[in-house]
Design a protein around this ligand. Structure first.
Ligand code: FES
Length: 87
């Protein structure tokens, strides 16, 4: 599991291995913007403020993935223990 801090919402969540970031948000009663939930449409595109994303999407180009500043939280995860997102 890893921790996700939603900076604007002031909420910290634990994302379990069998959960997505979006799934953990919904389980906490939040209503994130999503559509495809497969990492293809870009609806859930979010700015990463801290931490290293583990990109699992098909939406960002390689340079965007390399920058580490954007994430598709419907599929992507965290390489470390904690991500801080602009949500
Ligand atoms: Fe489509 Fe996340 S909901 S990319």
């Amino acid at each position: 599991s890893f921790e996700v801090v939603l900076q604007k919402s002031g909420v910290t969540l634990t994302v379990e291995e069998d959960q997505t970031i979006i799934g953990a948000m919904e389980a906490a009663g939040l209503e994130p913007m999503t559509s495809c939930e497969q990492g293809v449409c870009g609806t859930c595109l979010t700015t990463v403020l801290e931490g290293e994303p583990d990109h699992r999407d098909l939406y960002l180009n390689p340079a965007e993935k390399e920058s580490g500043t954007l994430i598709l939280p419907c599929v992507s995860r965290c390489k470390g223990k904690k991500l801080v997102l602009d949500l």
